[in-house]
Design a protein around this ligand. Structure first.
Ligand SMILES: Nc1ncnc2c1ncn2[C@@H]1O[C@H](COP(=O)(O)OP(=O)(O)O)[C@@H](O)[C@H]1O
Ligand code: SF4
Ligand SMILES: [Mg+2]
Length: 332
């Protein structure tokens, strides 16, 4: 699979936002480095998980993929083509091929539109489809997400949070999307509903062969649904591996802390739960060198001056000076 052209690829993508405040020419401009050199690929039919604390750049990454933001630097490629160079029919095809489901099913559906119009909107935009065809495709999409096609005439407020998320998923699949970006799609739902939506997503992937970029807070959920996981810290990917490898042996000190905080402790593993202290520094003033160094119990002198590169180590990619020479798991 790795030899084939990825469905979607991010190449050294950066997104810097100008920091607020008056523009004063004698003051050097300041930037929020929301995404700072991300490389990531998603293959056909694959689910890639993206995890990291709030503010590390996950949503900005999805907005770049959806073309809602333009990269400050770098490229987003879809089937090998730069998505910011697409025009006309090619751009329209990209918009149909890449869909999104967001966290809040209450604000993501227009309350004044009927469900059928919400799901049919991207099909209308496609042009050239008869009303009958659109109606049939909307009905099919509703059936696929476990809702009756007759619901097309109703309004969002008539549905529960879980049902609304099903409607958002129906809208995403109606255009025969190849990639769906799921930005915390179950975080706002009741715990009892989350498992149902996760099962639905897995079923849809099996049936349709669609790829997912799945962003989630709950690590166990992300591990369960993803084949591969990328861990982000302050705009950078610090570790990337298959979900199995990462959950069995997280190696980057930040990944290890994230897993230790989220998963039940392993009695044979020396405790590292308490190692990460303090809040996440801001993307406006990220620490020098390795951004994680002020919170890292393994930090060495070079960590505060030299940014580690994401390098292949032991069947994964990792950005940490601990592994650039010794290339083995440090004892805790
Ligand atoms: N439009 C924007 N203007 C300025 N800063 C932004 C903007 N969007 C996001 N940011 C900042 O970029 C950083 C990453 O945000 P975000 O991508 O939303 O992270 P996450 O989804 O991982 O919580 C944060 O510091 C956030 O405040
Ligand atoms: S590069 Fe240094 S500070 Fe950063 S995670 Fe590795 S050991 Fe810790
Ligand atoms: Mg976010």
């Amino acid at each position: 699979m790795s030899g084939a052209t990825p469905l979607l690829e991010l190449r050294d993508v950066k997104k810097y936002f100008p920091a607020g405040g008056a523009r004063m020419p004698w003051v050097a401009p300041r930037w929020v480095k929301a995404v700072d050199g991300v490389n990531l690929s998603i293959h056909a039919g694959e689910t890639v998980g993206l995890v990291g604390e709030s503010g590390c750049g996950k949503t900005t990454t999805t907005r770049l993929i959806l073309r809602l933001e333009r990269p400050t630097q770098g490229q987003v490629l879809f089937e090998g083509r730069d998505v910011f160079a697409l025009k006309g029919r090619d751009l329209q095809r990209y918009r149909q091929s890449v869909q999104a489901v967001f966290q809040d099913p209450y604000s993501s559906l227009n309350p004044r539109m009927r469900i059928g119009d919400i799901i049919g909107e991207p099909l209308e935009a496609q042009g050239g489809l008869s009303r009958q065809t659109i109606k049939a495709k909307v009905g099919d999409a509703l059936s696929l997400v476990g809702l009756r096609p007759a619901n097309a005439t109703r309004f969002p407020h008539e549905f529960s949070g879980g049902q609304r998320q099903r409607i958002a998923i129906a809208r995403a699949i109606a255009t025969s999307a190849r990639l769906i970006v799921l930005d915390e799609p179950v975080s706002a739902l009741d715990v009892s509903i989350r498992a149902q939506i996760m099962t639905l997503l897995e079923d849809l992937q099996r049936q349709l062969g669609v790829s997912f970029l799945f962003i989630g807070h709950d690590l166990a959920t992300v591990i369960h649904i993803s084949q591969r996981i990328a861990v982000m810290y302050l705009g950078n990917i610090v570790e990337e591996a298959s979900a199995d490898v990462l959950s069995a042996t997280p190696m980057h000190p930040y990944t290890r802390a994230l897993f230790a905080a989220a998963l039940p402790p392993d009695p044979f593993e020396a405790p590292i739960t308490a190692m990460v202290e303090g809040g996440v520094p801001t993307a406006l003033a990220p620490p020098s060198g390795c951004h994680f160094h002020p919170r890292c119990p393994y930090a060495m002198a070079r960590c505060s001056t030299e940014a580690p590169e994401l390098l292949p180590v032991d069947g994964r990619a990792i950005a940490c000076h601990l592994y650039s020479e010794c290339r083995s798991v440090p004892s805790s």
